[in-house]
Design a protein around this ligand. Structure first.
Ligand SMILES: Cc1cc2nc3c(=O)[nH]c(=O)nc-3n(C[C@H](O)[C@H](O)[C@H](O)COP(=O)(O)OP(=O)(O)OC[C@H]3O[C@@H](n4cnc5c(N)ncnc54)[C@H](O)[C@@H]3O)c2cc1C
Length: 417
């Protein structure tokens, strides 16, 4: 045998799995098809700017992040706790009053926060905040749209803020995602202040990879797995590797090619990254558009932010970085640069003529579709010695990927003990 365990895929799940197994004293080889670790958590460096491959944030309130990641070592730069809502010609800031007391009055007076909606949201979310176990009751789950309707959450808070914000988080504009999954995520939004690592989101998987005993084998794709008498054989372009067990930690779109499991449905988005010589806004909040009659965005952009306001390391001194995200389940999800610029001009009320496009990421498999009921599954065995892990086996999030990977590391460690 070449090793005890082969882990296929160096995303968050694979890295956490390898780390957990190594802690049990096992020898692990991690194979990664790409030229760098991280999977869906990668960062491009373009002309001194940091452009994550699809805008995303790290929430330090995720228990897995708190327990297993050196968050201070990442130098998290935090966003403001709230959002700015554009509605026609006006904008208003909705911020958590205790954290941003200077904005408390504006927030409380906002037309986007009708009292009936605030009460309905409190009734719907409150119990889950106090008793997290509630959101794991699969029989009580339904789609987000139905859950909001039934909770009486039907006014501007929902139409102008929640539906748009959550569509960006879930890459799902249909309201068809699990309501319990959303309550699970919102608990962490309530508890933590998300941010971006000083060196970009990829610093997270790179930190994890640096903790491993053996360096990840980059640019080595697994082509097939078969069980042999006393273990498994993984075929790669570099030849066959034998181990006592294998863990498949690939993204959802690859699962069906390497294992007998069906390929899970996924949802996607695109992120446009622009450098701007002027600072188009000074605040560190995500901007949502609620300019369409009846609520929601009037154009292709579901959220945008001057990322460098919250995370100065993402842009060189004196310059600014703007992200704009579109959703691939919308007819205008693949809007071209001209359409995105027009929308940005409307949202920021400024010309984008001097803005320069740095890079545009199209991420069709951003997240596994998180349909109800929400159940956090265990990693799945597809043979006596092959285990499948990843966010598609847990929940579609950084937390879900880390927990699934950790469980896989424990389970395979127990098998080989
Ligand atoms: C744009 C975007 C925004 C997001 N926003 C957030 C957010 O704000 N908050 C949040 O919590 N989560 C967010 N997520 C989700 C989170 O990033 C993912 O849930 C998590 O990174 C998934 O990790 P994973 O290890 O399960 O899978 P992946 O990251 O997909 O890792 C799988 C790895 O396997 C490798 N691989 C595939 N095939 C092979 C092969 N044959 N051989 C070897 N290696 C192979 C891949 O190259 C990849 O490195 C976002 C994701 C994206 C893309």
């Amino acid at each position: 045998m070449d090793t005890d365990i082969i882990v296929i895929g160096a995303g968050l799940a694979g890295l956490q799995c390898a780390r957990r197994a190594e802690r049990s004293g096992l020898r692990v080889i991690v194979l990664e098809a790409e030229d760098s670790v991280g999977g869906r958590v990668r960062t491009d460096q373009v002309d001194g700017f940091l452009c994550d491959r699809g805008f995303q944030v790290l929430n330090p309130a995720y228990p897995a992040v708190h327990d297993w990641i050196d968050v201070p070592g990442l130098g998290l730069q935090r966003f403001g706790v709230g959002v700015v809502v554009r509605s026609g010609q006006t904008t208003s800031t909705l911020a958590r009053p205790l954290r941003h007391p200077q904005l408390a009055l504006e927030t409380l007076r906002s037309e986007h926060l009708p009292a009936s909606d605030v009460l309905a949201l409190a009734r719907w979310l409150g119990p889950a905040l106090l008793r997290p176990s509630l959101v794991r009751r699969a029989e009580q789950d339904q789609t987000l749209a139905v859950a909001f309707d039934e909770a009486g959450l039907t006014g501007r808070l929902r139409r102008d803020v929640l539906d748009t914000f959550l569509a960006g988080v879930l890459a799902d504009s249909t309201g068809g995602s699990s309501a319990n999954f959303v309550r699970y995520l919102m608990r962490f939004f309530a508890l933590g202040v998300p941010g971006l690592p000083r060196a970009g989101m990829q610093a997270l998987p790179e930190q994890m990879a640096a903790w491993l005993d053996q360096p990840v084998r980059l640019r080595v794709a697994a082509r097939g797995i078969r069980e042999i008498s006393d273990g498994v054989q993984v075929d790669t372009d570099d030849g066959a590797i034998r181990a006592r067990a294998a863990v498949v930690a690939v993204g959802p779109q690859v699962v069906g090619a390497l294992t007998p499991l069906p390929t899970p449905a996924t949802r996607g988005l695109t992120t446009w990254w622009f450098r701007t010589p002027e600072q188009p806004q000074q605040h560190p909040y995500l901007i949502l558009d609620a300019s369409r009659p009846g609520g929601g965005p009037a154009g292709p952009i579901w959220h945008t932010a001057v990322v460098s306001n919250a995370a100065p390391s993402y842009a060189p001194a004196g310059e600014h970085l703007v992200e704009a995200t579109t959703l691939l389940d919308r007819p205008d999800g693949r809007a071209d640069e001209a359409a995105v610029r027009r929308d940005l001009e409307r949202i920021y009320q400024t010309s984008t003529q001097r803005w320069e496009l740095l890079v545009h990421h199209v991420v069709p498999h951003t997240l596994p579709a998180q349909l109800p009921p929400f159940v956090e599954r265990e990693p799945r065995w597809t043979g006596d010695r092959v285990l499948v892990t990843g966010d598609h086996q847990g929940s579609g999030s950084i937390q879900g990927a880390l927990v699934s990977g950790d469980r896989a590391g424990r389970v395979v460690g127990d098998l080989l003990a």
